[in-house]
Design a binder for this molecule. Sequence first.
Ligand SMILES: Nc1nc2c(ncn2[C@@H]2O[C@H](COP(=O)(O)OP(=O)(O)O)[C@@H](O)[C@H]2O)c(=O)[nH]1
Ligand SMILES: [Mg+2]
Length: 298
Amino acid sequence: MSSPEKAVFRSGFAAIIGRPNVGKSSLMNAMVGEKVAIVSDRPQTTRNRIMGVADGGDWQLVFLDTPGLHKARTRLGEYMVKAARDALDGIDILLVLADVTHIGEQDRELVAEMAARSVTKVLVLNKIDVVGEERLLSVIQSFAQTGYDHIVPISALTGRGLDELQRVLVAALPQGPRYFPPDMVTDQPERLVCAEIIREKALHRLREEVPHGIGVEMLAMTRLSENLMEIHATIYCDRASHKGIIIGKHGAMLGAIGTAARADIENLLGMHVALKLWVKVREDWRNRQDDLRTLGYE
Ligand SMILES: Nc1nc2c(ncn2[C@@H]2O[C@H](COP(=O)(O)OP(=O)(O)O)[C@@H](O)[C@H]2O)c(=O)[nH]1
Ligand SMILES: [Mg+2]
């Protein structure tokens, strides 16, 4: 008589790297099934390594979303690129993400640089919803000799290809423990997620160079009652001329940012939120160690 086989649990860490704006955070959110990392069409939206956990019952995939790799021009930029590089330590799977609509020299250099790594390497081609079959095939063809274990075309936006990607990733997982509780989706503390939501709403509404200089500091989260949280936060900008833009005519811009952020934060916390926002100028904060620390980049 054979005894029932004991189920084997599989788990591992998968880092997502790539140029800014290729869809790394969108991919992680889609794989995790919740919005863990903020997304925008501004480059360098993601500033920290952010963890997202997907749990399939007998497997667990821990994704590490990273800031886009770019030529850093500020200390914040250096911190971001370092955070992305550090995420590669001790991983089981490396996802190199590229945008099929904009494959450039930097993508090919990154793919080549990572080829030497002795982990499972998956080249993920994102945004296939905006290119034709022919273009996609020629891009895949151009990467055929790179020595990666898999090339998987997807759309993080429409979800196409994500089942196949998950299948490939789960099959590559080694036997291992459930690192995190099955219902845990991220390691980001709640106050940091709230600060990021405010920054996302600001990024969506502000144009030109303003978004790059934005930082959000949570001053207080106070539970006023069973059903009501009061949040005070400051939006920093690094130029005096940006302050007025962020506040807007008669406070219209700040009001719009606050209204949008409040809706998302209420969803996240499951209660009513009173959100108070201030705007302050801190010249050149992206190059100042103490300011970087205050805003959680250290
Ligand atoms: N059309 C299309 N847009 C996408 C897709 N994935 C992400 N995007 C958009 O690309 C932009 C950058 O996405 P984001 O996830 O912030 O990229 P990241 O900087 O690599 O983390 C956002 O405007 C996304 O909505 C996709 O599959 N198709
Ligand atoms: Mg991102």
